[in-house]
Design a protein around this ligand. Structure first.
Ligand code: DPP
Ligand code: ZN
Length: 844
C-alpha cells in the first residue's frame, strides 16, 4: 500500500472551466457521460494528465472530439493532452446495485444515492478527485424514479428527466445525486437579505411524519449562522435526503445534504431525547459546512480539520446557545475523554493535522473532529471573542472560493490580531494529550500557581515541545465566595509560575474552568478540596468535574484496594442532587460516573494492569451504594421530574426526563424493576419507553417487555437498532458474547446496513466487561464479523477495528488473545486497504 505525505503536495496540472455530467440510471449498469473543459494550470509544475478512477468500465474517451488513447495506471488513467484548453469526454459504466461499500453511486432500499467524500467520486467517473480542483457542475439525470436530485438549482424537469446546475465551484467530494420514489416535507426560510429559500427533507413513504423536527433544526441553523457568523445561504433551494444505508452520520454536499436516516428522522414515539439533540446538532453541522467546508474547502485531505474542527466547534456553539451551555460543555468533554483521549494515548494517535496516510477514510477521527474543535475553542479563548469574530470574518473575505490550509486559517488570526501563532500551531502537528501539573504556594499574601506541562511520546513523535495552553483559573475564598473571577493564564513554557497578590487568606483555586484546554489535569488535591469545589465552585463545569473526580477516585480505590464507596463523595453528591436551583439535566450528569473503559485507561496510565472484572464490580458497587444512600431522595427526584402534557424534546423537558430516568435506573436496583415496569406500561414516548426497558433488563427482568417492544417496532429499522443494542448493553459480562451471537442470527440482522452492524458490534465492543471477558469469546466474535464485513464494506470495518486499539493495556492472557485476533484479521486474504492500515497501526 502507498503512503501519501502532506509534504509531497503539488497542485494539479490543469484547471477545470466546467463539468457536464449525464447519468442514465440503471441498477446494475448506470452510464455516466462526462464532458469536462480543462486548461493548463500555469502554477503547476507536474503537467501529467492523470484522472482518478476506480471500479469503472470505460466505454469511450475523447479529447476535443477525437478518440483518446488512455493508459491504465495505478488508481486511474493517463492520457496525452494538448498544451492548450481542451474538452475531455468520457462514458463509463458502473454498477450501483452491487456497490455495498456505500462509496460512489449506490442503492439503498431501491433508491440511488451517492457518497463522495473523501474519494468516492472516482467510482462514478474519471476525474481529478482531489479537493483543490473546483468546478461548476451541470448534471442531467435520466431515470424512472419520481424524484431526481443533484446539487444546486433545478434547470428543467420532466418525467424521467432532470437537469441541475450548481453555480458554485466545488470539489468533486461535494457532488451528490439522489433518485428515488421519495416524498418531501417542505419548508421555507427567508434570509437576512430577504431571499426566499425553499427547503425540503426527502424521505421514503412512511417516514413523512418524522421530518418536522429536522426542518425546524435546519431553520434554526440558518438563522443562527446569520446572527452569529454573518453567513447567509447562497442557493434558492436546500435539500436534505434521508438514507438508511450510510457509512457516516451525514454529508454536506452542496445544496443536497445526504443524511443517515438515524441522524435526521425523529418523532417522539420513535426517538429519544438524545436522538433529538444529536439530530439537531448534525443538521446544524452539515448546514454550517456550507461556509466552512464548501465555500471555503480544503486544499488536500491533510487539512480535513480545517473544515471539520471548525464546523464541530460551530455546531457546539449552536447547541450551547440553543440549550444549556454547561450541559453542552460537559457532554462535549465526556465525548472527548471517551473517544479522543484513548485514541491519542494509543497506537492510533495522530496529530489534528496528520502528515501521512494510506486511506483517508481512516482519518475521520475523534482527533480531527473533536480535538480539532477544542483547538478552535482555545484559539478563541486566547484572542478573545471580538478578535475571534474579526479573524473569522477575514477568513471568509480572504478565502471565499479557495481550497485552503491550516496556515491560511492561522494567518488570518495573525494578521487581524498581530499575534504570533507559531507555537500555537503545534496543536495541529503534535499528537498526544498534554498533561498539566499544578502545584500551589502561599506566603500570607501572594498565592502562586506553578504550572508545568509534558506530553508522552506518541507513534512517530518521540520529542514533544511545550504547547500554548490557555488555563482558565478562578479563586475562591474558604467560605466559597469567588475572590477572583476567571482569568486566562497562558502557559507557554514547560514550567511557569503565576502569582496572585493581595490575598490575606489562602484562596482555593478552580483550575481549567470550562475545560479550557484538552489536557489531563494533575492537581494532587485531596478529597476535602474536591468536596469543597463540588459544593461551591461557581464554574459549572468545574463543579461537575469535582464530583466526577471524587467518583473516579472512589472507584479507583475500590478497584485497587477493595475500599468501600467514598462517603464524602456520596454526601457531596446528595447535596447537589437536592439543590433544585440546579437544572435537572445538570443534576442528571452529576449522577453519572466514569465509564469502565475510562477507568481502565486511568489504571493503565498509573502503571496498573486493569482487571475488567474488578472494574465492573466496583462500578456496580458504586451504583448500588448510590441506590442505598439516596433511597429516600431518588423517588422524590423521580416524582418531581415527571411531566404532564405532550412530549417536547426541548432542553427543559429532556433534562427532567434524564434526571427522572437516572433516578429510575438506581431505584430499579432495589425494587426489582417494579417502577420501571410501570413506566414502560404507560410510556408514550421513546425516551421513557427505552429507559424503562433498559432498567428492566438491568434488573434481570423485562423479558415480556422486550418481546412486546419487538412486536411493536419490528417495522421500524431505527427503533429496532435500539432493540438490538440494548440487549447487549444490558447483558451480564459473561453473557455478552452469547447474546450478541444470538442476535446476529436474528432474521433482521443485516451486516450490509451499517447502522444495524454498529448497533450490534458497536454495543459488543463498548461493553467493557463483556468485550474483555476472560474467555475471549467477544474478541473472537468481533474479529469474525470484521473479517466477514471487510469485503462488503471496508470503511465501516476499518472504523470498528478501533475496538482493539487499547489491547496493550491489558494482562498478558488478554493481550495474547487480542493479538491473535488482530493477526487473524491481518492474515485475511485480500484485506481492504482501509482495514489493513488500521490493523497495522493498532498492532505496531
Ligand atoms: N459528512 C461528514 C461530516 O460532516 C464528513 N464531511 O463531518
Ligand atoms: Zn463535518
Amino acid at each position: 500500500p502507498t503512503t501519501i505525505f502532506l509534504k509531497d503536495y503539488t497542485p494539479f496540472g490543469f484547471i477545470i472551466d466546467g463539468v457536464e455530467l449525464t447519468f442514465r440510471l440503471a441498477p446494475k449498469a448506470t452510464r455516466v457521460l462526462s464532458r469536462i473543459k480543462f486548461r493548463p494550470n500555469p502554477d503547476a509544475t507536474d503537467k501529467r494528465f492523470f484522472l482518478h478512477g476506480e471500479s469503472l468500465t470505460l466505454i469511450s474517451a475523447a479529447i476535443d472530439g477525437k478518440s483518446a488513447d488512455v493508459r491504465d495506471v495505478d488508481g486511474g488513467i493517463e492520457a496525452d493532452v494538448p498544451d492548450a484548453p481542451f474538452v475531455w469526454e468520457a462514458e463509463v459504466e458502473i454498477n450501483p446495485q452491487d456497490n455495498t461499500a456505500l462509496e460512489g453511486l449506490y442503492m439503498s432500499n431501491g433508491m440511488y444515492c451517492t457518497q463522495c467524500e473523501a474519494e468516492g467520486f472516482r467510482k462514478i467517473t474519471y476525474y481529478p478527485d482531489r479537493p483543490d480542483v473546483m468546478a461548476a457542475f451541470e448534471v442531467t439525470i435520466e431515470g424512472n424514479e419520481k424524484v431526481l436530485l443533484s446539487n444546486g438549482n433545478p434547470l428543467s424537469q420532466s418525467q424521467g428527466f432532470a437537469k441541475w446546475q450548481d453555480p458554485w465551484p466545488k470539489p468533486a467530494y461535494l457532488f451528490a445525486l439522489v433518485a428515488g420514489d421519495l416524498l418531501n416535507h417542505p419548508g421555507t426560510f427567508t434570509t437576512k437579505s430577504g431571499r426566499q429559500v425553499d427547503l425540503n427533507i426527502w424521505v421514503r413513504p412512511g417516514d413523512e411524519n418524522k421530518c418536522a423536527f429536522g426542518m425546524q433544526a435546519l431553520k434554526d441553523s440558518m438563522k443562527w449562522d446569520e446572527d452569529v457568523y454573518g453567513r447567509e445561504y447562497d442557493l434558492d433551494l436546500f435539500n436534505i435526503v434521508a438514507v438508511d444505508d450510510f457509512n457516516m452520520g451525514a454529508m454536506e454536499n452542496k445544496g443536497l445534504n445526504v443524511f443517515n436516516s438515524s441522524c435526521v428522522l425523529a418523532s417522539p414515539e420513535t426517538s429519544t431525547d438524545g436522538n433529538f439533540e444529536r439530530i439537531e446538532a448534525i443538521i446544524a453541522h452539515e448546514y454550517f459546512h456550507n461556509w466552512t467546508g464548501n465555500r471555503i474547502t480544503c486544499r488536500d485531505w491533510f487539512q480535513l480539520c480545517l473544515k471539520e474542527g471548525l464546523t464541530v466547534y460551530r455546531d457546539q456553539q449552536f447547541t450551547a446557545d440553543l440549550r444549556s451551555a454547561p450541559v453542552a460543555r460537559i457532554s462535549n468533554v465526556l465525548a472527548l475523554r471517551g473517544r479522543q483521549f484513548p485514541e491519542d494515548q494509543g497506537p492510533l494517535s495522530h496529530p489534528v493535522r496528520p502528515e501521512s496516510f494510506q486511506e483517508i477514510n481512516n482519518f475521520y477521527t475523534a482527533t480531527v473532529y473533536e480535538k480539532g474543535a477544542e483547538v478552535i475553542g482555545m484559539l478563541k479563548t486566547l484572542v478573545g471573542d471580538a478578535a475571534y469574530s474579526k479573524a473569522v470574518d477575514l477568513y471568509f473575505d480572504r478565502h471565499d472560493g479557495d481550497a485552503a490550509t491550516i496556515e491560511d486559517w492561522l494567518q488570518v488570526f495573525e494578521d487581524s490580531t498581530g499575534r504570533d501563532l507559531g507555537q500555537f500551531k503545534r496543536w495541529y502537528s503534535q499528537s498526544g494529550t498534554p498533561r498539566l501539573t499544578v502545584r500551589e504556594d502561599y506566603d500570607g499574601d501572594t498565592f502562586t500557581l506553578h504550572l508545568s506541562q509534558s506530553t508522552a511520546p506518541t507513534p512517530g513523535q518521540d520529542e514533544k515541545l511545550p504547547q500554548v495552553i490557555p488555563v482558565a483559573v478562578g479563586l475562591l475564598s474558604p467560605n466559597g465566595d469567588e475572590v477572583m473571577a476567571t482569568q486566562i493564564l497562558e502557559l507557554t513554557e514547560a514550567e511557569q509560575s503565576f502569582r496572585f497578590e493581595g490575598h490575606a487568606t489562602r484562596p482555593i483555586p478552580s483550575i481549567l474552568r470550562d475545560f479550557s484546554a484538552p489536557v489531563i489535569l494533575e492537581q494532587g488535591i485531596d478529597k476535602t478540596r474536591r468536596a469543597f469545589l463540588l459544593a461551591h465552585d461557581t464554574d459549572p463545569f468545574n463543579r461537575w468535574e469535582a464530583g466526577r473526580m471524587l467518583a473516579r477516585e472512589s472507584l479507583l480505590a475500590s478497584i485497587t484496594t477493595g475500599a468501600a464507596p467514598d462517603a464524602a463523595y456520596l454526601d457531596g453528591l446528595g447535596a447537589v442532587l437536592r439543590d433544585d436551583t440546579l437544572d435537572a439535566a445538570y443534576r442528571a450528569l452529576m449522577l453519572g460516573q466514569p465509564t469502565q473503559s475510562e477507568l481502565a485507561g486511568l489504571l493503565h496510565e498509573a502503571g496498573i494492569t486493569p482487571d475488567p472484572e474488578a472494574i465492573h464490580t466496583a462500578s456496580e458497587d458504586l451504583r448500588n451504594a448510590k441506590a442505598a444512600a439516596f433511597g429516600d431522595l431518588l423517588p422524590v427526584l423521580y416524582q418531581d421530574n415527571q411531566i404532564d402534557g405532550p412530549y417536547s424534546p426541548d432542553a427543559d423537558g429532556s433534562g427532567k426526563r434524564s434526571l427522572a430516568n437516572a433516578a429510575l435506573s438506581l431505584i430499579s436496583r432495589t425494587d426489582g424493576g417494579a417502577l420501571a415496569a410501570e413506566q414502560y406500561a404507560k410510556a408514550d414516548n421513546m425516551t421513557l419507553q427505552l429507559a424503562a426497558l433498559s432498567c428492566l433488563l438491568d434488573a434481570g427482568a423485562g423479558k415480556e417487555q422486550l418481546a412486546a417492544f419487538e412486536q411493536q417496532w419490528h417495522d421500524d429499522r431505527l427503533v429496532m437498532d435500539k432493540w438490538f443494542s440494548l440487549q447487549i448493553m444490558q447483558a451480564k459480562p459473561d453473557q455478552v458474547a452469547e447474546v450478541t451471537k444470538r442476535l446476529t442470527q436474528h432474521p433482521d440482522f443485516d451486516m450490509k446496513n451499517p447502522n444495524r452492524f454498529r448497533a450490534v458490534m458497536g454495543a459488543l465492543s463498548m461493553h467493557h466487561a463483556g468485550f474483555h471477558h476472560k474467555n475471549g469469546a467477544a474478541y473472537a466474535l468481533l474479529a469474525e464479523w470484521l473479517i466477514k464485513l471487510d469485503p462488503v464494506n471496508p470503511q465501516t470495518t476499518a472504523r470498528m477495528c478501533s475496538a482493539f486499539q487499547t489491547w496493550k493495556r491489558y494482562d498478558p492472557a488478554r493481550q495474547t488473545m487480542m493479538s491473535a485476533e488482530l493477526d487473524r484479521i491481518a492474515n485475511t486474504k485480500d484485506l481492504s486497504r482501509d482495514t489493513n492500515e488500521m490493523i497495522t497501526r493498532i498492532r505496531s
